[in-house]
Each structure stands twice: as structure tokens, then as C-alpha cells.
Design a protein. Structure first.
Length: 809
């Protein structure tokens, strides 16, 4: 049969309209279908809608992706009902029904009105609209795991819609996974990430600028956030600042909330992950506890104590904190202002009409169940009075933009805080007065020092000649090289001030270099040691026999007239105090290095006390006597030299802060005296603070007393030096603090031997006992003992002190 050519064209057009969609079209009209292999493409070629199989999966899904980028799926229609073959099609019938079907089986459908059309827009929104252009349905209301610019996360109270993000089950399975990200509840909106319905992370509530506890979702040069709270709709959304930037929020299948941007590198670049650190974890610190991001450490709010100090010291913070004083609603409760906080979970938050701050305080005070309040701009009306009830959970210290919270406190606690403030003011005034007095004393000391130095220069005139060895002893008998004075004088550039590297109670120390190029350290002992040449040599011979990797090696000596010099191996990294108490250099002392130094000192002391051929009590263990080699390994110096110096050394040492109570008060010395000094040294290494001169605004505790106070309060990690940085092994640090307190106990018999100390530090399975009260924990207490020591020289004469001799074994 013959048909006119124009009529044939009409029939073909009808077939196309009825059964398929034109190539690269952005619209599906009624009676059209979209088959597997066909796609809708937005008018600007940005997004594409079609069938796909993720990864190695053979299942087919109807979804949307970026057309010109690496395959990135942003929306899936039948995510929980996959198609097992490629014969399915998306059909829009004349009665307005949009259906994804395979034969008689329907996998996904939307029912609307007749005459509707389906269109894919350049913003990634798939819309069903009527002839007037009104949206009857849109994919933006059916969020999957991706939030595009312009999409809303939240509630439509008018339409009864809840727009939540739900993760994929895996990287190749788009079905609903374990994680959901939602905005809830509408009246006090906060963002919550859940796993299987349980809260994992929380940010909020909204304070008018950002969600409390998160700076990532506030306005920045990359994107502009939008928050709307009205009687009809509550939602969070965002727009990119530059239209050319391609970006998206993604809830990954393993529960991370990421903001990604497509960069010039032709790949997705991770810009932000909302979970910044462990402090974002829900209920990390339990009730009334606050997490500190820089240290990942929980601390009780002021006025609260750990519920379980034992668990708290073991880095188990889940029990949180309890009040020092229980509330008494009828007896004058009040409020304490806390700044820089992530506000607590508001699941039990009550937000009423707008009130002033004073009115909000009265609103909370008049309700005995109210535990805290604040005023923030949730609904854009200038401020809302927000109340909390019962326990406050999920708080975080947030210096960079934290919020203010007013927490209810008992009258007794308020009185204690006021008294502490008054004492701080008094101590500040005393401190200023003492500073002036100390300044005058310092000037007097400088004048005395200059005069003494001039006298010593005259007294230090000596002849340039070789050191003499008594004829009855030869160098082989001495078992120690003797250096001539000419060699030492040349090596130190005639003891020039440029070569001087230190000075202590025993004398000055100079750096030198022998003709062979070997670097040495020359300790030029003070002129009043009280010993003859032969006695000095005998002592040096005994010291030189001590050989250990954590002891400074003695190379020899030089003797001329009244001059006594010891020649040591040179330590390039100077002494421990050179690094530990300097703000810049202390940052180079990581925890691993500090722990290595602690262990090295412990092993060196153990050798001196027990393992060497001779038994030595150091008597003057302090940071300046711990030298560091090129690898920052510790080496103890000045061991045994105390025998060369008698009464003068002991009087000076009383003021050091490292001396044991039984030595300072009764003149009794033993290896336990060194253990006490070691305990103080450990606490200095952990804290980066000196034992003396350590000031607190509300007490006169020294470092030892402050460490003991923190231990009893269950907050030992507050002692840790900020210069250590993150991360560090919390349990190992707590163990070191505990061992330091054990070694510094008041009674010598309570202190462990160094063999036990090495075992406690090196074996994490060794059960460490609880420490008792330390000695000299107050600065005033120590000053008192110093004064009495100076006033009664008979108490500290050499003959009355029990001294362990250098005995061969």
C-alpha cells in the first residue's frame, strides 16, 4: 500500500513520542519511556539521569551523576530494590504516574496528576511539574547520601517531609546503610550523626551563626550556609560562593561527613571532614565533663570531681563527673559562667519565648530541675532563652568560637569560688611585693659576684707547667690519664669566656678541643675542695672506674698547685634544663624522647646504686647534671664529685628543691635520697616546669605539691607539658607521674629502690602502688627548712651526715 511521504513522517514522530526519549533531552513527557542505555541530560550538560551498576555489582539502578566528571552518583531512585537485568524502563504515563518497572514488576514509582512532565535541572534536581511549571515532586525532597548546593537537610512541617542523609551500605551497594545524618528536633535544631539509630556525633544547637561546636559549617570563602527556622519549615542548606565551583556534602558508607570540591587536578578534593577529632565523639567525657581537643583529654568542669577517680586516671572517662556540692533549690543556688564551650545535648532542652539574659536566669532559677541556661539566636529573632534539665552531656572546650553556658551551682560552691578569687588577689599583691624585693636582692648578688670574680682572678694565677705525678705513683698505677696544664690551656683558649659553657656549685665548665680534634669538657673545680693532691687523685681514680652508657665518661684530670680539673667527654646537646625549660627547645622533646631520658636516668642511677663495682650516692641529681649526647640520650654527670666537696656543697644543695627531707632536716643520706631527687626530676620532665618557682594563683604549692593535688583530684594529665603535643600514650604518661610521686614520698622507707623503679617504668603489666603524701610540697615549707639549715651550720656538717663510702664489691 502506498503512503504519501509527509504522512509517513507524522507516523514516525508519533512513535518516537509514544515509546522513547530523544537523544540528550532533559525532559521525559507523558507516554514516553527511558530504557536502559538511554539517559536524560540537563540543559547545561551538568547532570545525567540513567541506569548504572556501581563498581563490580551486576545490579541495575536508576540514578543521577555528574555528566562530565569521574562517575559520581548523587541520587538513586530504587536504592533498596535493585533490578537484576537491563530490560527495565522508566515510564511517564498520560495519567501522571512515573514508574520504574520491568514488565509487570514495579521497582519505584511516583503518583502525580495527568499531563505532568519529568525534567532534569542543572542543579541536580529531578522534578515532576505540571503545565504551569509547579513542582509536583522533586528528588531534592528525597535525599540519599549526597547534599548538593541548594538541597535542604531538615523538616517541612507543612508537607510532612523529613529530609535526612542516609549512607550507602558499602562502596558498591547503594542500599540504605547504617549511618544517618539529620537535623533534629525542629524546635531546637542540631545536627546528629547516628549509627543504627544510636548517636555517634552531634553539633548544635544553632546559635545564629553556626552549629555550636563546629566552625566547619559557618560562612567561609568556599560556601555560604543558610539556616531557616519558621513555623512551616526548619532546614539547613548551603550555596557555593562561586557558581563555577563544583562541590557536595557526602555521608560515606563508613560514617564520615565530608565536604568535597572538584579541583583543577581533575579529581575530588577533600576540603573538610566534620568529625575533627576524638572530642567530637558523643558523650566522650560523660556528664559534666568537657573534652579538650588539643590534648584529647577530658576534664571536669570547675566545681565538679570525677565520679570514679580510678577509672578517670585510667583514661576511662565515660562515668563523667559529679558535683562537689549537691544543689539545694531552697538555699540560694546560683550560676557560674563557663565560656568557650560546645553546648550540651539539647534533647531535654526547653526553648520558650524571647527573654533577656536576666529574665532567662530567673526562669531557670525558679525551676528546681533546671541545671543550666544560655541565650542564643536559634530562630533569628534576636535571642532565645534556652534551658537544660538534669545532667549536662557531650560538652567540648572550644576556644575558637565556643558558646557561653551558665551552670547552676550550690551556694557552698559559689562561696568557695568567691573565696578563691579573693585569695588570688591577695597572692598577686604579695607576688608583686616579693618581685621588687627579689629584684633588689638580685642587684646585690650581682655586685657581690663581680667583686668575688675579681678576687678569684687574682687567686687563679698559676704557672704553665706539666702536671706533676708523685714519684711513688706512676701513670699506670693511677689508671687514669693526666693532662698537662699547657694542653688544657690551649684546648680551652686559655679558659676564655667564649669557651665557658656552664657553672655550678663545683666550679666552671669549659668546652675544649685537643690537638687531635677530639672535643672535651673541662670542669675547673673551685679552689676550696679541702683535699690534697693525693686524696683528689684517689677519688678521681674511683670515679673513672664507673662505666655505663648513661654516665658521662671521665677521660682524665689535671692538677697544678691549687687547681683541680676533670676532663670529660663533650656532650653536644648540653644539659637537660637547657631544653626542658625553654619554650622553643622544649617542643623538640617529644614524649618518646622524654620517656627515653627518664628510662636512661633510671638505668644510670640503678648502675650507681647497685650494679657498678662501686656503690655511689649521687647527692645532687637535677636537670643541669643530666647531659644529652648527639642522639639526645641522657648521661648523668657529677656523680661521685660530692666526696671532693664537703660542707659547702651540702649547705648550697639544701636550696635546690631536689634534696630529700631526711637529708635536709636530719642529715641522713642513702640511696633513697637519690630516689627522691629522681622523682622530682621525672615530674619536671613530664610537666616542663621547675620544682621551685612554680606558682599557682590560689595556693603556694610547688610542682611536687601541685602534682599531688592533681593526682588526688583524678586529673593527673593536667600536669603534662603542652609542648609535648599530640598524640602521646596516655597510660604511659600517667604511669610516669605515678612513679614520680612514689619516688618523692615523704618517708624514705616508702620510696621504691631504683631496681623496682626501672621495672615499673619498663613493664606496663607491673602493678604500680598508689603513692603517699610527698615531702616538701609547699614552697613556704621548703623555704622554712632552708632558713633553719642556714641558721644552724652544725646540723649540716660533714661529720654528722651518714655517707655511703665508695666501696669495691
Amino acid at each position: 500500500m502506498w503512503f504519501p511521504f509527509p504522512l509517513l513522517l507524522v507516523h514516525c514522530s508519533i512513535l518516537v513520542i509514544s515509546f522513547g526519549v530523544a537523544e540528550s533531552s532533559d525532559t521525559l513527557s507523558f507516554n514516553q519511556t527511558l530504557s536502559d542505555g538511554q539517559t536524560l541530560v540537563s540543559s547545561g550538560q551538568v547532570f545525567e539521569l540513567g541506569f548504572f551498576s556501581p563498581g563490580t555489582s551486576r545490579n541495575r539502578y536508576l540514578g543521577m551523576w555528574y555528566r562530565n566528571l569521574t562517575p559520581t552518583y548523587v541520587w538513586v531512585a530504587n536504592r533498596n530494590d535493585p533490578i537484576v537485568n537491563s530490560t527495565a524502563e522508566l515510564a511517564l504515563t498520560q495519567d501522571g504516574s512515573l514508574s520504574l518497572r520491568n514488565g509487570s514488576t514495579s521497582y519505584w514509582s511516583v503518583n502525580t496528576t495527568a499531563g505532568a512532565s519529568l525534567q532534569l535541572l542543572d542543579d541536580g534536581n529531578l522534578v515532576l511539574k505540571d503545565d504551569s511549571g509547579n513542582y509536583l515532586w522533586q528528588s531534592y525532597d528525597n535525599v540519599t547520601d549526597t547534599l548538593l548546593p541548594g538541597m535542604k537537610l531538615g523538616w517541612s512541617l507543612e508537607k510532612g517531609l523529613v529530609r535526612n542523609m542516609t549512607s550507602w551500605a558499602s562502596s558498591t551497594d547503594p542500599s540504605s546503610g547504617q549511618f544517618t545524618f539529620s537535623l533534629d528536633p525542629p524546635e531546637s535544631p542540631q545536627l546528629v550523626l547516628r549509627k543504627d539509630g544510636q548517636k555517634l556525633y552531634r553539633w548544635g544547637p544553632w546559635n545564629g551563626v553556626r552549629f555550636s561546636g563546629s566552625n566547619e559549617l559557618r560562612a567561609n570563602p568556599v560556601f555560604d550556609p543558610m539556616f531557616n527556622s519558621s513555623p512551616l519549615e526548619v532546614y539547613y542548606s548551603y550555596q557555593v560562593v562561586e557558581d563555577s565551583v563544583v562541590s557536595r556534602f557526602l555521608l560515606t558508607w563508613d560514617g564520615l561527613i565530608q565536604y568535597l570540591s572538584w579541583r583543577n587536578s581533575n579529581e575530588w578534593t577533600l576540603m573538610v571532614t566534620l568529625q575533627r577529632d576524638e572530642c567530637d565523639t558523643y558523650r566522650k567525657c560523660g556528664p559534666f565533663g568537657s573534652c579538650y581537643s588539643g590534648d584529647t583529654i577530658c576534664k571536669c568542669l570547675e566545681g565538679f570531681l570525677p565520679t570514679s577517680p580510678q577509672n578517670w586516671n585510667s583514661v576511662d572517662w565515660t562515668d563523667g563527673c559529679t558535683r562537689k556540692w549537691e544543689l539545694d533549690c531552697r538555699n540560694g543556688d546560683g550560676f557560674v559562667k563557663y565560656k568557650d564551650l560546645k553546648l550540651p545535648d539539647n534533647s531535654r532542652l526547653s526553648s520558650n519565648r524571647s527573654l533577656s539574659l536576666e529574665e532567662c536566669e530567673m526562669e531557670c532559677l525558679n525551676n528546681c530541675s533546671c541545671t543550666a541556661f544560655t541565650r542564643i539566636d536559634i530562630h533569628g529573632n534576636g535571642g532565645d532563652c534556652v534551658l537544660w534539665f538534669e545532667e549536662l552531656i557531650d560538652m567540648k572546650n572550644y576556644p575558637d568560637g565556643g558558646d557561653v553556658l551558665y551552670i547552676r551551682m550550690a551556694r557552698a560552691e559559689l562561696d568557695a569560688l568567691a573565696d578563691a578569687k579573693r585569695k588570688r588577689l591577695i597572692r598577686r599583691a604579695i607576688g608583686i611585693t616579693l618581685s621588687v624585693v627579689c629584684g633588689l636582692l638580685t642587684i646585690g648578688f650581682i655586685v657581690w659576684f663581680i667583686l668575688r670574680k675579681m678576687r678569684l682572678k687574682k687567686r687563679a694565677a698559676f704557672e704553665r707547667m706539666l702536671c706533676q705525678i708523685p714519684p711513688e705513683r706512676n701513670e699506670e698505677d693511677l689508671e687514669l690519664p693526666l693532662f698537662d696544664l699547657v694542653t688544657i690551656n690551649s684546648a680551652t683558649n686559655e679558659f676564655s669566656s667564649e669557651n665557658k659553657i656552664g657553672q655550678g656549685g663545683f666550679g666552671k665548665v669549659y668546652k675544649g678541643a685537643l690537638s687531635s680534634g677530639k672535643e672535651i669538657a673541662v670542669k675547673r673545680l673551685s679552689l676550696d675542695s679541702g683535699q690534697g693532691i693525693q686524696e683528689f687523685k684517689n677519688e678521681v681514680i674511683l670515679i673513672a672506674k664507673l662505666q655505663h652508657r648513661n654516665l658521662v665518661k671521665l677521660l682524665g684530670c689535671c692538677i697544678q698547685g691549687e687547681e683541680r680539673m676533670l676532663i670529660y667527654e663533650f656532650m653536644p646537646n648540653k644539659s637537660l634544663d637547657h631544653h626542658l625549660f625553654d619554650k622553643t627547645r622544649s617542643k623538640l622533646l617529644s614524649w618518646d624522647k622524654r620517656f627515653n631520658i627518664i628510662m636512661g636516668i633510671a638505668r644510670g642511677l640503678l648502675y650507681l646504686h647497685q650494679d657498678s663495682r662501686l656503690r655511689i650516692i649521687h647527692r645532687d641529681l637535677k636537670p643541669s647534671n643530666i647531659l644529652l649526647d648527639s642522639q639526645m640520650n641522657p648521661k648523668i654527670s657529677d656523680f661521685g664529685i660530692a666526696r671532693i666537696f664537703q660542707v659547702n656543697y651540702m649547705i648550697i644543695s639544701i636550696c635546690s628543691g631536689y634534696i630529700a627531707p631526711e637529708y635536709a632536716l636530719r642529715g641522713h643520706i642513702s640511696v633513697k635520697s637519690d630516689v627522691f631527687s629522681f622523682g622530682v626530676l621525672v615530674l619536671e620532665i613530664v610537666s616542663g616546669k621547675k620544682i621551685m618557682g612554680f606558682s599557682q594563683p590560689d595556693n603556694d604549692l610547688n610542682l611536687l605539691g601541685y602534682a599531688w593535688k592533681l593526682w588526688n583530684e583524678g586529673n593527673p594529665l593536667e600536669l603534662v607539658d603542652e609542648a609535648i603535643g599530640e598524640p602521646f600514650p596516655l597510660k604511659e604518661v600517667v604511669r610516669c607521674i605515678q612513679v614520680g610521686l612514689l619516688c618523692a614520698q615523704l618517708r624514705a622507707e616508702d620510696r621504691p629502690m631504683m631496681s623496682t623503679v626501672v621495672l615499673m617504668l619498663g613493664n606496663e603489666n607491673f602493678e604500680v602502688p598508689q603513692p603517699k603524701e610527698p615531702g616538701f610540697k609547699n614552697e613556704s615549707m621548703f623555704i622554712g627548712s632552708d632558713s633553719s639549715s642556714s641558721a644552724n651550720n652544725n646540723l649540716h656538717t660533714f661529720n654528722e651526715i651518714t655517707i655511703t663510702n665508695l666501696d669495691g664489691r
